[in-house]
Design a protein. Sequence first.
Length: 750
Amino acid sequence: MRNFDTTGHALGTSLFIDDLPEPAGLLHAAPVCSEVAHGRLVAIETSVARAAEGVARVLVAADIPGQNQIGGIVEDEPLLAEGEVHFVGQPVAAVLATSRRAAALAASRVAVDIEPGEPVLDPREAARLGYLIAPSRTICCGDVDAVWEACAVVVEGVAETGGQEHFYLETQGAMAVPLERGRLRIFSSTQAPAAVQRAVSRVLDVPMNMVEVEVARLGGAFGGKEDQATPWAAIAALGARVTGHPVKLVLSRHDDLRMTGKRHPYSSDYRLGLAADGRILAYEVVLHQNSGAAADLSTAILERSLLHATGPYLVPNARITGHCCRTDLPPFTAFRGFGGPQAMFVIEAALDHGARVLGMDPWAVRRRNLLTDGDSLPFGMRVERCRAARCFDDAVERYGFRERREDVRRFNAGHALVKRGVSAVPICFGISFTNTQLNQAGALVHVYTDGSVSVNTGAVEMGQGVNTKLLVVVARTLGIPPDLVTIENTNTSRVANTSPTAASSGADMNGAAAKLACERIRARLLGVAARKLGAAEEELSIQDGAIVRGDAASGLDWAQVVRAAYASRVNLSAQAHFATPGIGYDKIRERGTPFSYHVWGAAISEVTLDCLRGTYTFDRVMVTHDAGRSLDELVDRGQVEGALLQGIGWLTMEEVVFGGDGRLLTDTLSTYKVPDLFSAPQVDVAFLEDADNPSAPLSSKAIGEPPFLYGIGTYLALIDAMRAYRPEREIDHIAPLTCERVLLFLHGSK
Ligand code: LUZ
Ligand code: MOS
C-alpha cells in the first residue's frame, strides 16, 4: 500500500515520538501505577525513589498547579490518583530521571500504600448495584409490545463480545519542551491534538495559547489515541512545567498493555420477532457496556451502539436500551467502529438464532430485511442513497455465493471431521461524529512564490493514508500535479480547535476544508490570469499545472500565474472552515439525523474447521464495498483488508482476560493473540461502481471503520461450520470464538 509516508517508513526516516532528536537536559518520565483494582490511597512513599541515581523529581497529584482532571465528557478522571484508585494500572505518580532506565528503576521503588476494597468487574453486576457512568438511554420506534403475539417465531438470548487491545505499533508517548515566556510545545502521539492542548491547559492552569501541540504521524492508533493519548502528554507537560526541563514519556509495551483501555466488552439481551416469511417484526435489545473505571468516551460509544443496533435492516418496531456500567477496570475506550460493531453483532446473533428456529437460510433472512431508500431508522433518520441491496446482490452474484453454499454442503456431507462454513453478511455504518459539534474541520493552505503548495489541516496521519487523500484533493482542486504539494505536520498553532481524527471522518472533513481553501486560492489566481490574458474568468481553468482557456492552452502556467499574483499583491494563502451540513440529534426525544450518510457493503466469507482440534482457517473473504468514488483505491483497499483482519481478530482469537482481582492476565503477546499474516484469508475487494456521494469531497466516502464489520461475516461462517458438525446443539453467541470455545462447543456435554 503506497501512501504519503511509504518511502519514509521504508527508509526508516519517518519520525515517531521516540525518534525525535532529544533536546539538551531531557528528563525521562516513568509512570507509577496502582497494583490494586479498587481501594483507598493511603500513602505514596517516594523517598527511596527520590534518592535513586539520576532521579530529578517524583510527581504526585499535589504537584498539579491546575485541576487534577482530564475527563473530556464526564469529569471523573484524575490525571494522578487522589483518595481512591479504581483500576490496576491507574497512574498514581511519575518519576523523572536522566535516563529511561533510571526512571523505570526508581518508579519500581515508589511504595504505594492502598487499602484494598472489593472490585466490581462485571457490567451486569455494576448495573444491579447502580454503578452507571451516565443515565441509561432508550430509543423506541413502533410498538414492540403489541407485535410479539403476531410473530411466527420469537427468539431470546444473550450475546456477548469481548474487549480488544489496539496494539498500535507505536506505544503511547509524548515529549514536552518548555519554550520562552512559559509556553510549552508538546509532541504527542495523539489523534486529538486539540484535546491534549485543552487538557494540558487545564492541568497546568495556563491559557490554551501557551500550549502548542504538534503531531507528525502516529504509528497506529485505531481509536486508542483518541482520548487515551492525553494523560501521557499531560504528565510530560507537568514534568516540564515543574522542572523547567524537556520531559519525554514513552510507555513500554508492557505498561501500555496494562495501563490503557481497550475496546468495550458488551453483554446484551435480545428478543427478536420474525414473520413466517422471515421479515423482522420486532426487536428488543438491552446493551450492557462494560465502561471501566472512568467515562472516557463511553457515553459517545454507547450512543453509536444505540444508533447501529438494527444494522442495515428495517425494523419497524424496536426498543433499544443501553447502560454504561462502571467497573474497576482500565477505562475502555474508542476502538475502530466505536460501539457500532458491538451492537451490530447482537442483531446478527439474533437473526442467526431466529433464522434457525424458523428453519430459513440466514442469508435469505438478511436479504429480505435490508433497508431501502426512504426507510427510517428507529431514531427517525430517513435512509437515502441506500446501497445495502446493491452491495449484497453484487457480492452474491460476483462471487457465486449460491454455488459456494452448494460446494460447502457437498464437502460437509463427505467429511466427518473437517467442516466448512460460509456466510453472506451486509454491513452499514453511519458517518459523522454522533456529537454534532465535533463535525467541523479547518485548513490553512499556502502557495509559495515558486508555485509549491503547503497544506495544514487538523487531520492526523496514523497510517490510514489521510495525507495521501488530502494530497489528491488539493492537487485536483488546484489543477496541479501532486508533487507540487506537501502536507505539513498537524499543529494546533496553525489549525485550531480541531476535532479528533476519528469517526472515519478525517479525509471527509479535513478534505472538505482543504478543498474550500484551495477553491478560494484558485478563484484569486484565475482572476489574475484573466486580467493577464484579457479573458473572462469563467473561460479559464487550471489543468495539470497550466492555465487552460476553453479547451486550449493559454500559454500561461501555474508558476507564472502564482508569480503574477504575488507581484500584484494578491493573497496566496487561504484559511477555510468546514461544518458538515444537515445533521443534528435530539437526545431528549432520541430522534434526529445524526449522520451525514451511511457506508454500505457486503461480504461473503468461507472458513474451514478442524473438528478434532477446534482450529480453523479463514480461507477467503469476498467483499463488495461502497467507497464512493475512491480518492485512492490502494489506500481504501488497505483499509478494507486491515479492518477485516482486525474484525476477525476481535471475534475469534483476541481474548482480553482479567483476573478476579482486576489484573489483566493477557498482558503479553504470548497470552494475547493478534492475527498475523498466517491468519489472513485471501481477500477480494470490489468497489461498487456508479457510487457517487455528494456529501464528501470529490464524491468519495469515509473508509476507516465500516469494513471492520466484515469480521462479523467470518464469525458467522465459523458458526456455520460448527453447526455442520453438531447441528442439533444450540449456539450461544459469545465472542471471541477462540479454539477453546469452539472445541467446547463441538465436544462439550452441556
Ligand atoms: N469519536 C467520537 C468517534 O468522539 N464520536 C464518534 O461518534 C465517533 N465515532 C466513531 C469513532 N470515533
Ligand atoms: Mo476512532 S474509534 O478514534 O474513530
